[in-house]
Design a protein around this ligand. Structure first.
Ligand SMILES: NC(=O)c1ccc[n+]([C@@H]2O[C@H](COP(=O)([O-])OP(=O)(O)OC[C@H]3O[C@@H](n4cnc5c(N)ncnc54)[C@H](OP(=O)(O)O)[C@@H]3O)[C@@H](O)[C@H]2O)c1
Length: 318
């Protein structure tokens, strides 16, 4: 594999061209030519070394775990795919990533690309789609008529979460800054809580919250939850400081709080494909950069601002 990654942890200047052996194709694997790779905050968090304990990588490491591409070869036991198929997937995070020319991935983590999407559009979906599916459907069991609160509806996760919650039949409110109010309404949000217009308020009480922010943003939103409601949080202790009062508030409201960390899963990828094909979910892309060292540096700088709308994608034009 030739890709963009790191030989040591650090800032974006550490990003360089990395060459590592492509894994051998096993009987249940696919060899995929990568056409586009999604960029997620976890990529630069790993680059900076924040996830060293969870993922004790051997460097050099190609970054990125979110992609779309074309199948080049299939393992001897694979029946669902053939060379030439367009696919999208989130590979195993313990291994080399997708800012690369090619990758070997177990076929059961992969799904056919949704009809009508480009590789760039499809590459924006796997990681956020899986996370949102696993948070809303698996952890939250969101049902028609539920009141759902999504923190940061304009981000990569939030922009898909609004659409998926609407597809579940929920009433959806989301937090964002006022400059993004129209953007999240256009994605389907029924109610917008702008955090930069004084203290947020709503008459709605929520059955489920997707927490993408943690810290005081999460703490402030807890007062809107019903008793016995469910929270799926994507934020761990390494991401943000958790104010002391949160434990007591969660207990008082008798909330069920579940931490979700994205699991690669081909079946879930097929659910996402179906939701796209029936036009319940559309990709939301803010910026496309070339899959080059400079392109990845730009993409990481933009992601690290914490202000992006929707997703950043790297396009491999080679
Ligand atoms: N556990 C997991 O498996 C998992 C999976 C994916 C992501 N994550 C984590 O989830 C977090 C969100 O990911 P992401 O991809 O959505 O990030 P992102 O795309 O970088 O989020 C950026 C968005 O957040 C909004 N935002 C920032 N501060 C806000 C606030 N106080 N209130 C409301 N909105 C705010 C910004 O809107 P404004 O400009 O309007 O503020 C911007 O649109 C990251 O920490 C990521 O690492 C975890």
């Amino acid at each position: 594999m030739i890709g963009i990654g790191i030989e040591q942890y650090g800032d974006e200047q550490q990003l360089k061209t990395v060459v590592v052996p492509t894994e051998q194709l096993g009987p249940e694997d696919l060899l995929i030519s990568i056409k586009a790779s999604g960029v997620n905050p976890v990529d630069w968090k790993i680059r900076e070394g924040h996830l060293k304990k969870d993922f004790p990588y051997q460097l050099p490491l190609i970054l990125g775990w979110d992609a779309a591409g074309k199948v080049l070869a299939v393992g001897s036991k694979v029946q669902e795919f053939k060379a030439g198929d367009d696919v999208f997937f989130r590979p195993e995070m313990e291994k080399q990533g997708t800012y690369a020319d090619e990758i070997v991935v177990p076929a059961n983590l992969v799904a056919p690309m949704p009809h009508g999407l480009t590789h760039v559009e499809a590459a924006s979906l796997p990681l956020v789609g899986l996370t949102v599916f696993q948070a809303l459907v698996e952890a939250g069991n969101v049902q028609p008529g539920d009141n759902v609160l999504i923190l940061a509806g304009s981000g990569g996760i939030g922009s898909i979460a609004i659409q998926m919650a609407k597809a579940c039949g929920a009433y959806v409110a989301t937090t964002t800054s006022s400059k993004n109010s129209e953007f999240v309404s256009d994605l389907g949000a029924d109610e917008v809580l702008a955090y930069d217009l004084g203290s947020m308020n709503t008459a709605t009480e929520f059955d489920f919250m997707l927490d993408t922010l943690g810290g005081s943003s999460y703490g402030d939103a807890l007062k809107f939850m019903k008793k016995n409601a469910t929270v799926a949080t994507l934020i761990s202790g390494r991401d943000v400081i958790r104010p002391d009062y949160i434990d007591a508030l969660e207990k008082e409201l008798q909330l069920t709080v579940k931490f979700v960390f994205t699991r690669p899963d081909g079946k879930n990828m097929n659910h996402i494909r179906e939701l796209v094909e029936v036009q319940k979910i559309k990709p939301v892309i803010t910026e496309v950069f070339p899959l080059t060292v400079d392109g990845v540096r730009e993409a990481h700088r933009l992601s690290q601002t914490g202000r992006t709308r929707g997703k950043i994608v790297l396009s491999n034009t080679n």
